[in-house]
Design a protein around this ligand. Structure first.
Ligand SMILES: [Zn+2]
Length: 239
């Protein structure tokens, strides 16, 4: 089955685990896609590049220009920075990127704090869909839902389908989930709620394709639902 991947990191990384280096450059990534049957993917910078998001966003744009049919570029912006709103405009209008990746734990911000209101207003105005890391603390789906409710036209993708993300699907029309690091059980529950809202995600290079693909394959859901998750839902959103 042809695959579209909603969660891929690309480019240089700072130090990560002693046993793994997440740095991956674009030609190597495309070779990996070819090997694993990945047709298209959303790509964005690695988390731990210090204050170098703007430079890394430039690299993502370069990669998208090199492989426009394969890659959809999302930028990363640290919402705490004074130039955050300017950078939002730059990634859309200057670099032509499609969306935004936010990780409230890495960037250490609470999404519903009033300080970030202007940031989200601008994201909405520029129509930059957001892929949020979701999990605990500042990344909890409950906090992210507040943003989704404030901007009902803006697509919000919750990264990593955890138990806490399942209910979010029921609450907001504009909320989607992606499957990296989930369990087949959670996928089955989510498909029961809305199979049109689930995208396949790998979180490559932090996870690997064989395991992430196997999660979806192992779920006891219909072939039709698998096709939607692996391919059709993504196509509907991004082509
Ligand atoms: Zn990730």
């Amino acid at each position: 089955m042809k695959i579209c991947d909603a969660h891929v990191h690309l480019g240089k990384s700072g130090p990560w685990q002693p046993y793994a280096n997440p740095t991956i450059y674009v030609d190597e990534l495309i070779r990996l896609f070819d090997k694993c049957n990945v047709d298209q993917a959303i790509v964005f910078p690695n988390p731990n590049v210090g204050d170098k998001y703007p430079e890394m966003n430039d690299y993502i744009a370069e990669c998208v220009n090199k492989y426009p049919r394969r890659l959809i570029g999302f930028g990363r912006v640290d919402p705490r920075r004074e130039d955050a709103i300017k950078e939002l405009s730059r990634i859309k209008k200057g670099l032509g990127l499609t969306g935004l990746k936010l990780h409230p734990m890495v960037e250490c911000f609470r999404p519903d704090h009033p300080f970030f209101k202007k940031f989200f207003q601008k994201t909405n105005k520029l129509n930059l869909p957001i892929l949020f890391h979701s999990g605990d603390g500042f990344s909890s789906p409950g906090l992210i839902l507040k943003i989704a409710k404030n901007y009902p036209k803006l697509p919000i993708i919750l990264g990593h389908l955890r138990e806490s993300a399942i209910n979010a699907l029921k609450e907001c029309e504009n909320v989607y989930v992606e499957t990296s690091g989930t369990l087949p059980d959670f996928l089955e529950l989510s498909v029961d709620i809305d199979e049109d809202k689930i995208l396949f995600g790998s979180d490559v290079p932090y996870y690997r394709y064989p395991t992430q693909i196997a999660i979806v394959e192992a779920a006891e859901i219909s072939q039709k639902a698998k096709r939607k998750i692996f391919f059709e839902n993504f196509q509907k959103m991004f082509s």
